[in-house]
Design a protein around this ligand. Structure first.
Ligand code: AMP
Length: 418
C-alpha cells in the first residue's frame, strides 16, 4: 500500500467543513476591510527565499524543499507567502498608480521540519499583506483584524505578543549591544545559536532550547535601543491598540525567525496547543520590497497557521456537517428509473438528495438513510406507484404523507424548503 508522505496529511470530509468555515469567515472579514485575494504559485525560484527570508535562518538553512528541475534550475516549494506576494507586487508593477494594496491569500506552505502535533511539512496559512502604508495605524489594524477573526471563530485562549525590531538605523547598534551580552553567555548557548550568533544575534532571543531561553532572560531589550522614529512608531501602535481595546503584552524577546522584519512584530500564542503554541505571526518588512529590486515601499503582513486554528476549534466540525435533505428509497427497476430522474431534478433545485443505486431491500435502504442523517425519505415502490403516489416520511416526526407522482418534484420542494 502506498502511504502518504510523513508530515503531510489528508483533510477528509468531516474535517474539511471546518476548514471551509474558517476560510469563509476569514474571507468575509478581509472583504469588510478592503483586502483583495491573490493566488500565487507554489513553486518559485530558490533565490527568492534565500534573499528575502535570510541565509542564516532555520527555514533557509534546513527546512526548504529545494531541488533542481529537469533543466537544472533550482526551485523551491514556498515555505511562506510574503516573499511570493512581494515578488508579484514588484513583477506586476503594482506600485505604479496606487501603491497602497491590501492582499490576502490562503494556501499550503512547505517546510521540512520534524513533524509533531501542530507541526507539519505541508501546512496551510491564511496570509494578509499591506503595501504602501507607513502609518503605525495599519499595524494596529492588522492586529485588530486577527482579534476579530479569533472572536468570530470563538477562539478565546489567545495572547497577543508585540515587539519592535527597530530599523536599519537603530538595529545595528542594538545588535552590537546584544552581541556583547551573548559573548558572556556562550557556554549556555545551543550548537545552532553558537554557530550563528555572531551573524544573527537576534535569533538567539527566539531560540526555544531551554538553556538559550534561560541565558537570554536578562538580555538587553531592543525597545531601549530604538531610534526616535521607531520609538514613536511603536508608541502609536500601542496607543491605537489601546483605543481598539485590544489586549497585548510587550515581549522584548519576540524577534521571529525571518530576517526581513523591521519595526513592529507580533505573534499570537495560545496555551491550548502544547509545544506548538504560535497560531499567527507577522510584522513590518519595510525594506524587503527594495531589497528584491522593487520600489522603496513600506509593507506589513501576517500569517495564521490554518492547521493549528482548525485544531483549536475541532469540536465545531460535527455542527458543520451537511446532511442530505432527502433519501429516495426506490424499490424495483421501474421505481429506480423514476428515482434517477427525481434525484437529478431535486439536486439541481438545491435539495440535497441521495439514493441507493442498487436493489437493496427497503429495510437496508432506510438504514442507510438514517446513517446519512437524511431529514426525509421518499419511499417509491411498485405498490405506491400503482396508486400514483410515493410516500414521504419525515425522519424526525415519523409522519408519512402520500405525494402524487404527477407533480412530485414541486410538492417535495415546497415541503422541504418550508
Ligand atoms: P511563520 O511564517 O513561521 O511565522 O509561521 C506563521 C504561522 O504558521 C505560525 O504561527 C504557525 O501557526 C504556522 N506554522 C508555521 N510552521 C508550521 C508548521 N510546520 N506546521 C503547522 N503550522 C505552522
Amino acid at each position: 500500500m502506498i502511504q502518504r508522505i510523513k508530515g503531510f496529511k489528508d483533510i477528509l470530509p468531516g474535517e474539511v467543513e471546518l476548514w471551509q468555515y474558517i476560510e469563509s469567515t476569514a474571507k468575509k472579514i478581509f472583504d469588510n476591510f478592503g483586502f483583495k485575494e491573490i493566488r500565487l504559485p507554489i513553486l518559485e525560484r530558490a533565490e527568492l527565499f534565500a534573499k528575502s527570508i535570510g541565509e542564516n535562518t532555520d527555514i533557509v538553512e534546513k527546512e526548504m524543499y529545494t531541488f533542481p528541475d529537469r533543466k537544472g534550475n533550482f526551485v523551491t516549494m514556498r515555505p511562506e507567502a510574503t516573499a511570493s506576494v512581494v515578488r508579484s507586487y514588484i513583477q506586476h508593477k503594482m506600485s505604479g498608480k496606487d501603491p497602497v494594496r491590501k492582499f490576502y491569500t490562503i494556501g499550503p506552505m512547505f517546510r521540512r521540519e520534524r513533524p509533531q502535533k501542530g507541526r507539519y511539512r505541508q501546512f496551510y496559512q491564511i496570509n494578509a499583506e499591506v503595501f504602501g502604508i507607513e502609518s503605525p495605524m495599519i499595524d494596529a489594524q492588522l492586529i485588530f483584524i486577527l482579534t476579530i477573526l479569533f472572536n468570530e471563530l470563538s477562539v478565546t485562549d489567545v495572547k497577543i505578543h508585540i515587539n519592535s525590531l527597530g530599523c536599519q538605523k537603530c538595529r545595528p547598534q542594538f545588535k552590537e549591544i546584544l552581541l556583547n551580552f551573548l559573548r558572556s553567555k556562550t557556554e549556555s548557548l545551543c550548537s545552532d545559536c553558537l554557530r550563528r550568533y555572531e551573524k544573527n544575534p537576534l535569533r538567539v532571543l527566539d531560540c526555544k532550547v531551554p538553556s538559550c531561553k534561560e541565558a537570554t532572560l536578562k538580555a538587553p531589550s531592543i525597545i531601549d535601543s530604538l531610534c526616535n522614529d521607531c520609538k514613536k512608531h511603536f508608541k502609536t501602535v500601542t496607543r491605537c491598540l489601546d483605543k481598539l481595546q485590544v489586549e497585548y503584552e510587550i515581549n522584548k524577546n519576540l524577534v521571529r525567525g525571518l530576517d526581513y522584519y523591521t519595526r513592529t512584530t507580533f505573534e499570537i500564542q495560545t496555551a491550548s496547543l502544547g509545544a506548538q503554541n504560535a497560531i499567527a505571526g507577522g510584522g513590518r518588512y519595510d525594506s524587503l520590497t527594495k531589497s528584491l529590486n522593487g520600489p522603496d515601499m513600506p509593507a506589513i503582513g501576517f500569517a495564521i497557521g490554518f492547521d493549528r486554528l482548525a485544531e483549536m476549534i475541532s469540536a465545531k466540525a460535527a455542527e458543520l456537517l451537511i446532511n442530505p435533505d432527502l433519501f429516495i428509497a426506490a424499490l424495483g427497476e421501474k421505481s429506480q428509473a423514476m428515482a434517477f430522474e427525481w434525484i437529478n431534478s431535486l439536486c439541481f433545485r438545491g435539495i440535497t438528495t441521495e439514493m441507493d443505486f442498487s436493489d437493496k431491500s427497503l429495510k437496508s435502504q432506510m438504514k442507510r438513510a438514517d446513517k446519512l442523517g437524511s431529514k426525509f425519505v421518499l419511499i417509491a415502490g411498485d405498490k405506491e406507484r400503482e396508486k400514483g403516489a410515493a410516500i414521504l416520511r419525515n425522519m424526525t416526526t415519523r409522519e408519512q404523507l402520500a405525494i402524487p407522482l404527477a407533480n412530485l418534484i414541486e410538492e417535495i420542494e415546497t415541503i422541504i424548503k418550508k
